[in-house]
Design a protein around this ligand. Structure first.
Ligand SMILES: [Zn+2]
Length: 256
């Protein structure tokens, strides 16, 4: 809320009673009988601000970003060799989340920071976002899964699957029980089919990722390029990963 610099004209900030509606939360317009607004209660801006705060708080709670609150674009150093391109791409995606952004890089290269920065930026723009570290996500789903809590599980699963923006960090490090693998595939396949904005990070080689999942990540129609953060050990990357540093428009590749 803007605070006027004219102290005399402004009520004390701590004043709990809204001067516009006397704290009622609604106001009537001073219009004559017969006017379409006559007798209509309008929500006061103080009420709107409250609602806005509630929405933001709800989005924050849903986002699972508490532990990553400080990981934003301002706290990321784009001058480290090898991260510039990923930094720019992540910023572009954050401004306009569309399709998938897939980022590969070794442990410690900054991909989690960038993924969290995208999520924090989305939150700032009031886009509903869910940030999930893949192994934790699957543990969480497992813990809510059971005959007694079927509804809670279904709701949670749908929330994740349908999140307007989903950030999946650390794909490929999950313990690959058949159940977990299937759940992860269902989430990713659904987001692929409906082209839902998603960010996926991984430090694995394509060969180490479930081929059903990787073939979807590799589809250029949803993920126009794979960003490689080569701040780490670039030499160890496979040929396929290296060539994916460059966008290949209209080219479809399958890795199955
Ligand atoms: Zn008010």
């Amino acid at each position: 809320m803007a605070i006027s610099s004219d102290a005399e004209a402004t009520p004390p900030i701590s004043d709990p009673v809204c001067p516009h509606c006397d704290g009622v939360g609604y106001y009537l317009e001073a219009v004559p009988y017969g006017h379409p607004h006559f007798g209509v209660l309008f929500p006061c801006e103080c009420k709107m601000a409250e609602k806005e705060q509630r929405v933001v708080a709800e989005l924050q709670q849903m986002s699972n970003l508490d532990a990553f609150r400080d990981k934003n674009f301002d706290t990321f150093n784009p001058n480290i060799t090898g991260v510039q391109r990923a930094y720019e791409r992540a910023q572009r995606f954050a401004r306009r989340p569309q399709g998938w952004l897939v980022m590969f890089g070794n442990y410690g290269c900054g991909k989690t920071h960038l993924a969290a920065a995208i999520a924090n930026e989305a939150l700032r723009r009031h886009i509903s976002v869910l940030f999930a570290v893949v192994p934790d996500l699957l543990d969480h789903l497992r813990s809510t899964f059971g005959p007694s809590s079927e509804k809670a599980y279904d709701e949670r699963f749908e929330q994740i699957r349908d999140a307007p923006l989903l950030v999946l960090d650390d794909l490929g490090t999950e313990s690959a029980t058949p159940w977990a693998r299937e759940k992860l595939f269902q989430i990713i396949n659904h987001r692929y089919n409906y082209a839902l904005p998603s960010v996926i990070t991984s430090n694995r080689k394509p060969d180490d990722i479930d081929p059903r999942i990787f073939s979807r990540m590799a589809d250029r129609t949803i993920s126009e390029e794979h960003v490689l953060i080569d701040a780490g050990d670039y030499r160890r990357l496979t040929f396929e990963q290296r060539v994916q540093r460059f966008p290949l428009p209209q080219q479809r590749r399958r890795y199955q």
